[in-house]
Design a protein around this ligand. Structure first.
Ligand code: AHR
Length: 503
């Protein structure tokens, strides 16, 4: 049995948690849109053609924000193709995913879906094949009240009120050679500067994200962030990070240690952004938008990324998640919360079918993948301020990451209600852990509202259509709160949540 100790004090706060970190991503890719959120012929379809079962699971997941329409798809997309009467919309080749795009789903359908799902849209503008001109027109279409060509075009499409989209990305992964019309940092930085400038002239209330590196392993990483921000520092509010954890060697210790790479990545990008600020003697702080992250390595071969011919909505990168993937996703969420002072938005990529927490069968049911559970736990209980913890834990050895702490944890406390939640990952695959949490100024008049654990002796267990709840949280009866001290036994290889509320 391992032991671990945490000291938390209500007066020591990292930052308020921006709940936009509980976002996801919908791309025109594979069966994410068609067969995912939109399937007019489905037995649960709404009058608009949305799958009600997916809408219900999206609500249950607790998603706050969704990025749209891509992804690599974005860099060849004409937003005009996806608005207006459906029968007039052009069918196009999508070069990003070698698919046929029917454009039966577009901007207005997405906004309507967001309203139904009660979440905020995050839009991205194409700076691959297009640029500032398209971006300003698209923003005018979405956000300008009326009386101009593009705002009146939206009204003629049945949307009298502006969509009021606040959060915008300037392009996607523009450093990647796979991107349609990829750019150098000098080219992209200049485009982001000018595009951002005109977009804020159209609507000064929006927030803008510049593309960071498409992954930490890119050869241009670091230099890219610096050179891009050096040009568009005054125009943008966020820089993006994309992070996909991999388990190529099928080594659970190394896989669980990849969670720490995300922490390094966040701190590095924040430092680079602050170096650009320092050069300008600026107090402005560029915040981080982790607008693509997940576990993704199994469904990433050529056959997963592209199907022969130009099929419509073919199944692409339909990763089937197992228990160990859920642990890594939970660990990444802890890292994001512990960096709440800089990470202000996050998008689990993607929402459904395409590396998604929700899986569907076209014409059939929808179910929760294993990674659904840690995300839903955090979105449900992660409210308020993240506390700065003192954590005492043992470590385990790894080849690539050295000694790695067995316990990863965070505590989020709502200063208004006093309610608090502990999220804890026991990364030991051999030993259960006795955890003791000294709650100073936190637990006064609180009781345990719920204590759950996600544990499976089989790290490879998955949820399937036949067994959709094989990996699901269960109650943890060991959790106790006495005299300001929370104690619980955390099973080996387990994800744990204890929620405390006023009695
Ligand atoms: O999420 C799948 C793809 O991964 C996105 O289209 C791209 O931005 C990233 O490389």
């Amino acid at each position: 049995m391992l032991t671990a100790k945490i000291i938390a004090d209500a007066d020591f706060v990292v930052a308020p948690l921006d709940r936009r970190i509980f976002g996801t991503f919908v791309e025109h890719m594979g069966r994410c849109v068609y067969g995912g959120i939109y399937e007019p012929g489905h037995p649960t379809a709404t009058p608009e053609g949305f799958r009600q079962d997916v809408l219900d699971l999206t609500r249950e997941l607790g998603v706050t924000l969704v990025r749209y329409p891509g992804g690599n798809f974005l860099s060849g997309y004409n937003w005009e193709d996806g608005v207006g009467p459906k029968e007039d919309r052009p069918v196009r080749l999508d070069l990003a995913w070698h698919s046929t795009e029917t454009n039966q789903f577009g901007t207005n359908e997405f906004i309507t879906w967001c309203r139904k799902a009660q979440l905020e849209p995050m839009f991205a503008v194409n700076v691959g094949t297009r640029g500032a001109d398209e971006a300003r027109h698209f923003l005018e279409y979405c956000n300008h009240p009326g009386g101009t060509y593009y705002s009146d075009l939206r009204r003629s499409h049945g949307h009298e009120q502006p969509h009021g989209v606040k959060f915008w990305c300037i392009g996607n992964e523009m450093d990647g050679p796979w991107q349609i019309c990829a750019k150098t940092s000098a080219e992209y930085g200049r485009i982001a500067q000018e595009t951002g400038k005109v977009m804020k002239w159209v609507d000064p209330t929006i927030e803008l994200t510049a593309c960071g590196s498409s992954q930490r392993a890119m050869p241009t990483y670091g230099k890219w962030e610096y050179e891009v921000l050096d040009q568009c520092f005054d125009q943008v509010d966020y820089i993006s990070l994309h992070h996909y954890c991999r388990n190529d060697a099928d080594d659970i210790h190394e896989f669980l240690a990849t969670i720490d790479d995300l922490d390094h990545f966040i701190r590095e990008v924040a430092s680079i952004a602050d170096a650009v600020a320092a050069k300008r003697r600026s107090k402005k702080r560029i915040m981080l938008s982790l607008d693509e992250w997940n576990v993704w390595y199994k469904a990433s071969g050529p056959g997963d990324l592209k199907k022969p011919g130009w099929p419509e909505a073919p199944p692409l990168i339909e990763e089937v998640y197992n228990h160990e993937d859920a642990l890594v996703v939970g660990g990444c969420l802890i890292v994001m919360m512990n960096n709440a002072d800089r990470v202000k938005a996050g998008c689990l990529a993607q929402l459904v079918n395409v590396i998604g927490p929700i899986m569907t069968e076209t014409g059939g049911p929808a179910w929760r993948q294993t990674i659904f559970h840690p995300f839903a736990d955090c979105a449900r209980h992660g409210r308020g301020e993240v506390l700065r913890l003192k954590v005492e834990t043992g470590t385990f050895p790894t080849k690539a990451h050295g000694e790695v702490p067995s316990l990863l944890a965070t505590i989020v406390r709502d200063p208004d209600t006093g309610a608090a939640a502990l999220f804890a990952l026991n990364r030991s695959v051999t030993d259960d852990m006795d955890l003791s949490v000294d709650l100073r100024g936190v637990a006064d008049d609180l009781v345990i509202a719920s204590a759950t654990q996600l544990h499976d002796p089989d790290l490879k267990r998955t949820n399937t259509k036949a067994a959709p709840d094989a990996v699901s949280p269960v109650a943890n009866p060991t959790a106790k709160l006495e005299g300001g001290r929370l104690t619980a036994t955390l099973k080996r290889q387990s994800w744990n949540v204890v929620s405390l509320a006023r009695g």
